[in-house]
Design a protein around this ligand. Sequence first.
Ligand code: PHE
Ligand code: FE
Length: 290
Amino acid sequence: MISDDKATNRGVAPVTYGTGNRPPRGDYSAAGADYTSTQDWAAYTPEEHALYRRLYERQAAQLPGLACAEFIEAVKHLGEPDQIPNFEALTEVLYKTSKWQIVTVPGLIPEEAFFSLLAQRKFPVTAWLRRPEEFDYIVEPDVFHDLFGHVPLLFNPMFADYMQQYGQGGLKATKLDKCEHLARLYWYTVEFGLINTADGVRAYGSGILSSAGELRHSVTSPEPLRLRFDLKRIMRTKYVIDRYQPTYFVIDSFEHLIESTDPDFTPIYDEVSKGSSIEAGVSLPTDQKL
Ligand code: PHE
Ligand code: FE
């Protein structure tokens, strides 16, 4: 998950997570200059493996009819959910398929480090798993969100390329000081994107796919706005991080997403910067509702 203002706030006292010899949550001291560290797979406890399996099984059971076919196809690559995957072993399969690698991080990392990893086709996955009392909801991304939500579509050739292009675009946006606009694109595609299919709208965003409640809500509830993907509109739209999204954007296909984000964003950022921001949940007369 990309960091946003609230989530990168490190003023919060670190939570001590005393299971086995796992480091406390958000312990950045073991990370290198690129913020990557090691998974220390042997340190997960049997309870953590069991919790991961429960999360996986609950989510896998609700994929049919709600997740896009590409995700359902790709989730098989994660293997049997009997334990938290070993990133090294999973990387071996992933690299052969799409030239992506999984790297370990202690938690959210600064934007530039994140973009740089994506540009190198390295996806940062948080090592620690949520606590049992966070079964339904977690504020920061953990290993379940990062692995189950993000890694399957990295096996999809088109989505794999989109993620790398996003990383390259991020490095450029950093120089142009336009990360806020680009972060909204990530949020409304990679994290909370919906896709239109012959069978109806389905989810491809990791934040939806790893959420017990939002998966069904985003696809079936009459409440949220579902708008056709519109790059400039997305770049102007704020998002919320503490409740279900009031607005989702729907792509026609992964080709549609790649084509729409292919143009040079420099003039687009300039144009978008001139307009005002739009609150999540607010619709405009020009919106194409689905
Ligand atoms: N076309 C974008 C740019 O010029 C790069 C990009 C591609 C960004 C895909 C995000 C997603 O900055
Ligand atoms: Fe994420």
